[in-house]
Design a protein around this ligand. Structure first.
Ligand SMILES: [Zn+2]
Length: 245
């Protein structure tokens, strides 16, 4: 997404990150200029921290978070639908997640560790974007005839929904999907954008209503799931190196 400024709450997040200094600069510059990002970095940081903090060292967590939010750097915004599940890149997004998980494993097979944290952080970004940029949340809610369970009860990996032919993600229509992020022009952009656009479909921030809470809950649970999956794939020694504890 594009947003006008970096909220003050993001700056402490930048300050603690020891990897990816470019992101911190971007956050500060962003007070003055428009920069592009997707789901606000504040939520990527909060979700990742909330899922992993009890299980991993602060040093590892900071690097994972830095790699996660760096996925929204400008050079990853164009021609990289797989990173954000944009433009119906469902298969490509799934493949990207598998590749990054494989990269984390391959790094841990060697004495290296930094590459594993970076790959895991990249993967988490895409996994979290899945819930903000596809219609997984609306499909899940549709099952309950208007009285869905509360957000913490969402299943982030319901098999029939993950494989549903109805599953799709927002298409980016230039230039109106860019105009959408200029808040005063948002109503105009939405009048002109089709319903399958990123502007209409995204659940990137609380302005999108109650579905946003389900997107956050699902993405946080998915983050935990990815950590648990990695644990199953690693030997105890590799897992100890990964958690750095
Ligand atoms: Zn993204």
């Amino acid at each position: 997404m594009i947003f006008w400024h970096a909220p003050l709450t993001e700056k402490p997040g930048c300050a603690v990150v020891t990897f990816g200094g470019i992101e911190c600069h971007a956050g500060i510059i962003a007070d003055k200029v428009i920069i592009m990002t997707r789901m606000l970095r504040q939520y990527h940081i909060e979700m990742t921290r909330s899922a992993l903090e009890p299980h991993i060292s602060e040093r590892a967590l900071e690097i994972i978070i830095a790699a996660n939010v760096r996925q929204d750097a400008l050079h990853n915004q164009f021609g990289h639908d797989e990173i954000h599940y944009d433009n119906n890149a469902i298969e490509k997004g799934n493949r990207y997640i598998n590749e990054q998980r494989g990269l984390a494993l391959a790094t841990l097979l060697s004495p290296g560790i930094l590459g594993a944290w970076v790959a895991f952080g990249r993967m988490l970004h895409t996994a979290q974007d899945f819930y903000a940029h596809t219609n997984y949340i609306p499909l899940w809610l549709e099952q309950f005839d208007g009285t869905p369970p509360p957000p913490p009860e969402i299943d982030p990996l319901k098999k029939d929904l993950m494989r549903s032919p109805k599953l799709h993600s927002g298409r980016i229509y230039f230039p109106m999907d860019m105009v959408y992020f200029i808040k005063p022009l948002r109503p105009l952009a939405l009048r002109l954008l089709p319903k399958d656009s990123h502007g209409w479909m995204n659940l990137d921030d609380p302005s999108k209503g109650p579905k946003f809470d389900y997107a956050i809950a699902a993405a946080t649970k998915r983050t935990t799931h990815e950590f648990d999956l990695l644990k199953k794939l690693l030997t105890p020694e590799m897992f100890a190196r990964f958690t750095d504890q």
